[in-house]
Design a protein around this ligand. Structure first.
Ligand code: CA
Length: 236
């Protein structure tokens, strides 16, 4: 463990947002550094532990900055700030391979939590990936999922949803993304189709562990698997 504070580079052209972020990060033990444009970011990222990158920048757009940063530093964690649905789709589509994203408006507390998660994941990817498998066990050959040792009786779409969420703990999947990943033909399906299946899935998970909520709702964004599930169920 290093005693120095991790440098978090904030690339954001709106000073109000940058101020809020810097304050929240400093309070939580990070060393924030702010630049208001993409060109400046490219010269200031060298010792950063993580980059928070706005997509809409005045000079280079965030996607271009991302590509150039990653070309130089393939393992540098990058978290996007997005404001519009089309930006979110592109980030979530992960043609870019971003570590995570947060949609505006966001709460500083949520963003700092995401920063911690991404840093933890990038420091120990194997451990982070192994953690949720203690709660869930997937047997894709049998299309079966066990939850704390209990087999779940899942419909086809419930299975697809849960498998998708388990595959990337903490990552927020939009409803559109889930539709395209889980439903073969998403033309007839609607966002509320996803919501309805999440609801029945949650009810089935509750029968095993009534006090846990493994599927988190991220308002305005989508759903993610909780990363803080206990390894075993404690008694009632
Ligand atoms: Ca902007």
């Amino acid at each position: 463990m290093s005693s120095s504070r991790p440098v978090i580079l904030i690339v954001e052209d709106e000073p109000g947002i940058a101020d809020t972020l810097q304050y929240a990060l400093r309070t939580e033990g990070f060393e924030p550094r702010w630049c208001a444009g993409g060109e400046a970011a490219l010269t200031q990222a060298d010792d950063a532990a993580l980059v928070i990158l706005d997509v809409g920048l005045p000079d280079l757009n965030g996607f271009e900055v991302f590509k150039r940063l990653r070309a130089r530093e393939p393992t540098l964690p990058i978290l996007f700030l997005t404001a519009r649905a089309d930006e979110i789709d592109r980030v979530v589509g992960l043609e870019l391979g971003a570590d995570d994203y947060v949609t505006k408006p966001f709460s500083p507390r949520e963003l700092v939590a995401r920063v911690r998660t991404v840093l933890r994941r990038s420091a120990a990817p194997a451990a982070a990936a192994a953690a949720p498998s203690t709660a869930f066990a997937l047997d894709d050959g049998k299309r079966a999922i066990h939850y704390y040792g209990q087999p779940l009786d899942l419909s086809r779409y419930e299975y697809g949803l849960l498998k998708t969420l388990i595959g990337r703990p903490g990552f927020v999947f939009t409803r559109e993304r889930l539709l395209s990943l889980v439903w073969d033909d998403d033309t007839d399906s609607l966002d509320r189709t996803v919501d309805a299946h999440v609801k029945t899935l949650r009810a089935k998970l509750k029968t095993v562990a009534p006090s846990l909520e493994p599927i988190r709702t991220h308002r305005g964004a989508g759903y993610a698997l909780a990363e803080d599930l206990p390894a075993t169920l404690s008694g009632p």
